[in-house]
Design a protein around this ligand. Sequence first.
Ligand SMILES: Nc1ncnc2c1ncn2[C@@H]1O[C@H](COP(=O)(O)OP(=O)(O)OP(=O)(O)O)[C@@H](O)[C@H]1O
Ligand SMILES: [Mg+2]
Length: 396
Amino acid sequence: MKKILMIGAGDYQTPAIKRIHQLGYDVYSVDYKEGQPGFEFSKGYKIIDVKDKDACLKYAKALEIDGVLTWGSTLTLPTISYIGESLNIPCISKTAAEISISKYAIRKCLDEYGLNSKGETFRIESIDDIQKRDFPLPLVIKPSDGSGSKGVIIVTKKNELFDAINYAFEGARNKEIYAEPYISGKEFTVEAYVYNDICYIYSIIKTEFFWNDQYPIYKQTTYLGINDDIECQIEAEVTKAIKALNLNWGPINFDIIISDDDNKPYIIDVGIRNGQNLIASHIVPYSRGINELDNNISICLRNEIDIKPKFKKYISSRLLIYPPGTIKKIKEVSELIGSNHIVDIIMRKKEGDVLPAYKTKSDICGWVLTDGKTPEEASKYADFAWNILKNYIIIE
Ligand SMILES: Nc1ncnc2c1ncn2[C@@H]1O[C@H](COP(=O)(O)OP(=O)(O)OP(=O)(O)O)[C@@H](O)[C@H]1O
Ligand SMILES: [Mg+2]
């Protein structure tokens, strides 16, 4: 039986570990501490820091693996390419893996390649830079290794710089932070997939997030507000970015803002990994008939993949965020799937769980997914479904 080593066994990698097992392969994993959720579903595992390339390679050699993989993580990519290149098994290139862990390096690479830009992106070495250099406002300061918006802050006035720089440093594990021009506009996330010089754009997803009283409304809808011209522009920009970064395999997730000033797309973030928040796991499969995870598993074993989307359907997700409290009861929700355009419901909480005031995506009850003949219709049904589910999740 073929053996795959998963680098990482945390929440993001666990679905991949389960899937590899389900497909009939032997899956082994490594991660930095005991109790990681993916270990339970692995045939064997070892406690190794995912960044410790040599220790991971030693384990891979001892197992005589056929493939090496990660999922939902960029921190692990340098280890993947190190093992892959050492054992001559398929992997992301070393240069792509190295750049993937620095958002600043990615941004500089895109700027140098001539992608749309509203001005300079620059590193901030220390708080003293406030005296040493010019800070064209408004700008956004962010950690180079951040995710989940940790340490990201918009600065509109000079007197906010001091606190903002400290805030970004606090969110930066590697203590590298940088600033880039703030772009006012509409935000989209783009899921792309590249293999053997073929690049597909699987989805352009409008993200809507705004606060409503005690909790935010958070929706994502495929192709909402996208006309043919914008779609072409986004495709051109994303394809150029993939060339600039020399990416050769797997999913790539872009955050893009369509500027209110000139209606052009600006890439503000690139994750050399699959999109979170159900994008790769549900939204792309339901809207394009493509399973990115299965494809990644196939690639790592040199199996054939089916990279081409089968159809284009409109899917909207609505995060199940309600006012804070304790979940007293969750009624059986599965009966709702298939009616009112509800395609799926994914619950992340159980009865008795305490819901804090919303801060991050771990504070949500789950998601509801709906479809529609148009993006607008799918989104309208998602609003409706969110309301229905309010009566199924009793919070006190
Ligand atoms: N240059 C920018 N102009 C306007 N808004 C920005 C800019 N950069 C970031 N933002 C806002 O901050 C959010 C988080 O930024 P970014 O994507 O770079 O960080 P992240 O840590 O990867 O967060 P996430 O995981 O939520 O994508 C963006 O989704 C966007 O709303
Ligand atoms: Mg981002």
